[in-house]
Design a protein around this ligand. Structure first.
Ligand code: GRF
Length: 201
């Protein structure tokens, strides 16, 4: 199944998806990487792997919808069937979400539904919880909502900073995201009509 990955930055999750997709038994083939920010490391990672890239700058569009439709058009043109948001720092519109219903995944650096939003690690440290982690979920219009595909937990350690916690969670992300992509690409899961994850076995 052809996969499109949307990024805005360093692309370590993109790298994990690329590495996984190159395994012989993977059903996922990364066909296009789109960044809304030029010059980011994620684009270099894709180019190194021989994957086509596109920069679509959100600032050049009049509205969020115009930007999203340009992204959608590029994904369709490349024959993409499944989209992974991997550190894509734009909130997608409802229209985009509906066009990719059941075929749009995101990764969030906390155990959802706790600690939604931009500053998950900071919120985790402020709350004093002892366990954090990451969540891969189907995207819905509401931010960081949507059916959960997989999660991975990591400990929060005494003396952790946002940086040390982020690093530990990212290691978990790099296992969880390829696993979720593979589950969907291989048809082992799907999003059913009630917006719940259905296992196909
Ligand atoms: C990750 O922490 C991910 O959970 C969040 O954005 C970050 C992207 O990191 N959505 P990277 O660009 O994949 O390194």
């Amino acid at each position: 199944m052809k996969v499109g990955v949307l990024i805005s930055g360093s692309g370590t999750n993109l790298q994990a998806l690329i590495d996984h997709s190159l395994q012989r038994d993977s059903c996922a083939k990364i066909a296009l990487v789109i960044s809304n920010v030029p010059g980011v490391q994620g684009l270099t990672r894709a180019e190194t792997a021989g994957i086509p890239t596109k920069v679509i700058k959100h600032k050049e569009f009049k509205s969020r919808l115009d930007f999203d439709m340009a992204v959608h058009g590029a994904l369709e043109e490349a024959g993409v069937e499944l989209v992974c948001l991997a550190g894509f720092m734009r909130i997608v519109t409802g229209e985009f979400v509906r066009k990719w219903h059941g075929r749009l995944l995101n990764i969030h650096p906390s155990l959802l539904p706790s600690f939604k939003g931009m500053h998950a690690h900071q919120l985790v440290l402020e709350a004093g919880v002892c366990i954090s982690g990451c969540t891969v979920h189907f995207v819905e219009e509401e931010v960081d909502a949507g059916a959960i595909v997989t999660q991975e937990a990591v400990p929060v350690l005494y003396g952790d900073t946002v940086e040390t916690l982020q690093e530990r969670v990212k290691c978990a992300e790099h296992r969880a995201y390829p696993r979720a992509m593979e589950l969907l690409a291989s048809g082992r899961i799907k999003l059913n009509d009630d917006n719940k994850v259905q296992w196909m076995w």
